[in-house]
Design a binder for this molecule. Structure first.
Ligand code: BGC
Length: 562
């Protein structure tokens, strides 16, 4: 396994090219970031108004979750028009203004592309319903005849990721019960047929539409799911596994080899453009070796390291996943793309301190045992971030983690909105708990999310003390820690750096050098002694002398040979 002699080098990106190799990218969930219109749902003008705060934080880029025209059945991941902005978020002019303002502050902008499925309100799907079985309009999606004497049973037993069956039967134009269409997610999200050339051409057009406007890249939704096993065999997933895939033997709708051809094609489209545009894949596959297939030199530039996200807070597991990730990604010349939180998972501040596990996508609710409080989870949350941001490669942050926000597990059932909650009849809570609008100013309505106090999901009162303005200027706050780590990471070139394991630390410690920085994370329950003659650049919690308490990480500048 881990050898003390492994050193991973990453190509220098200091001339600004290949920025994605080392960038810290901040995910904005537009519904919940900042709401200029005051209707309770965040918007593009709201985001633009908070760019100074993002610049102050020190991020290199932002990724915007979908803001395109959508009936919002899955919070925008159900797109009805890929080339326009939904009125709840603003207009294309607002998008152009946001892009220009972000660029003026040297912040790059990545947009979310949802190619696996559209909304059922997309013109193509409406045309498909109006057209006959086998017609070109229907063949853009996956329609099949049912089984059983009168086609009354679905074509196979596939289940939706959100619960319930993955097929819905339509009524044909004459009112008779008709064919079934596939939707890996909600019934309002029909899957495209990616063996259809028209679908491929349409997505090239959509890529160019946003590239022409000047975006710096795309986060690609369900990047492992576009191609389906054409035999459509029955399949029953392991009930305990992550809902978005990650099985050793992949589902017949995930990880099919044909997906890679699509990204090779897209890569060529991106390369027609100057400015170093990038693709980041959301591929929930079981191991980093498999993830590396998405970032071969002629495919995507980054792929989220979900094995790292799912790793338990345990030193040998962390060393193993870091080691295997760097080996797998550097073997194909790609950077590591570290991530701990996003809009689909339990916020890592809470998650890493849970005693019981909840599979990805299932969320937690008021009945979940031993949900840690802020003071209980904070040390570990800080240490996990200090560890992640010390690793060479790129890293993603999710809005609100820089404030130490927790998962809102205690929201009342009647306000929940995730289709997972409805489709499983409340059996799985889903992802609303990580999507609550974030607090900016403690004394303002909706904690500064807007001026009216409206909020599409209610904010917990406990977040008042976590508002950004409360943390600003407090040296011990989570916000100050994130700002310091990002500044040092840049100053010492750690994103473009190297990783070399440091010897001589106890089993429960993750310790490595990244260039001149020695990083020590104490994952064990007992204190650890750190070198006395090194300069402390950052500590995830205040230090007592040269002792590193449990759940604490430190960045030290080496002075001489340590
Ligand atoms: C997105 C989810 C979304 C799903 C369907 C995911 O991977 O991140 O938020 O519900 O794709 O589009």
């Amino acid at each position: 396994m881990t050898s003390q002699h492994d050193v991973y080098h990453f190509r220098d990106a200091s001339d600004g090219s290949e920025w994605w190799r080392s960038a810290v990218i901040y995910q904005i969930y537009p519904r919940s970031f900042a709401d200029a219109s005051g209707d309770g749902v965040g918007d593009l003008r709201g985001i633009a108004s908070r760019l100074p705060e993002l610049q102050d934080l020190g991020v290199d880029a932002i990724w915007l979750s979908p803001f395109m025209t959508s009936p919002q059945k899955d919070a925008g991941y159900d797109v009805a028009d890929y080339c326009d902005v939904d009125p709840i978020f603003g207009t294309l002019a607002d998008f152009d203004a946001l892009l220009a303002q972000a660029h003026a502050r040297s912040i790059r902008v990545i947009v979310d592309l949802v190619p696996n499925h559209s909304s059922d309100q997309h013109l193509w799907f409406r045309q498909a319903l109006e057209s006959a079985p086998g017609s070109p309009e229907r063949n853009r999606y996956i329609f099949r005849d049912g089984t059983g004497e009168n086609g009354e049973h679905p074509p196979n037993n596939w289940e939706s990721i959100f619960g319930g069956r993955a097929w819905t039967r339509i009524r044909e134009k004459d009112g008779s019960p008709g064919q079934w269409y596939l939707h890996l997610f909600d019934s309002s999200q029909p899957d495209f047929d990616w063996s259809n050339e028209e679908v491929k051409a349409e997505f090239r057009r959509i890529l160019r539409f946003w590239l022409d406007r000047g975006v710096d890249g795309f986060r690609v939704d369900v990047a492992h799911g576009l191609v389906k096993d054409q035999d459509f065999p029955d399949y029953t997933p392991n009930p305990d596994s992550a809902s978005m895939g990650g099985e050793e033997t992949p589902a017949p709708y995930f990880e099919q080899v044909g997906v890679h051809e699509i990204y090779r094609d897209w890569r060529l489209v991106l390369e027609e453009y100057d400015g170093d545009r990038a693709l980041c894949g959301e591929a929930w596959v079981s191991s980093v070796d498999k993830m590396a297939l998405w970032v071969r030199p002629d495919e995507m530039h980054q792929t989220f390291n979900f094995e790292y996200l799912l790793a338990p807070w345990e030193a040998s597991e962390l060393r193993s996943i870091i080691h295997r990730s760097l080996a797998a990604f550097s073997a194909v010349g790609a950077p590591g793309t570290w991530v701990l939180s996003n809009h689909d998972v339990i916020r890592h501040a809470t998650r890493l301190s849970l005693v019981e596990e909840s599979p990805q996508g299932s969320g937690i609710g008021p009945d979940f045992p031993d949900v840690p409080s802020h003071s209980e989870f904070l040390p570990r949350a800080h240490a996990a971030t200090a560890l992640m941001l010390a690793l060479p490669g790129s890293a993603y942050l999710y809005q609100g983690e820089e404030l130490g926000l927790d998962e809102v597990h205690d929201m009342p059932p009647e306000v929940r909105q995730d289709p997972t909650w409805f489709r499983t009849k409340g059996h799985r809570y889903g992802r609303d708990g990580c999507r609550v609008p974030i607090p900016w100013e403690a004394g303002e309505p909706a904690f500064g999310f807007n001026a009216t106090g409206r909020s599409w999901l209610p904010q917990p009162e406990r977040w008042r003390s976590l508002a950004r303005d409360v943390q600003q200027g407090d040296e011990r706050s989570t916000l100050s820690l994130y700002r310091r780590l990002l500044r040092l990471r840049k100053q010492f070139g750690m994103g473009q750096g190297t990783l070399e394991w440091a010897a001589g630390y106890p089993e429960g410690v993750v310790a490595f050098r990244n260039g001149d920085i020695l990083v020590i994370a104490n994952i064990s329950a007992s204190p650890v002694t750190i070198p006395a003659d090194a300069r402390v650049l950052a500590a995830s919690m205040p230090l007592s002398g040269h002792q590193l308490e449990a759940d604490t990480a430190v960045w030290l500048e080496l002075q001489g040979d340590i």
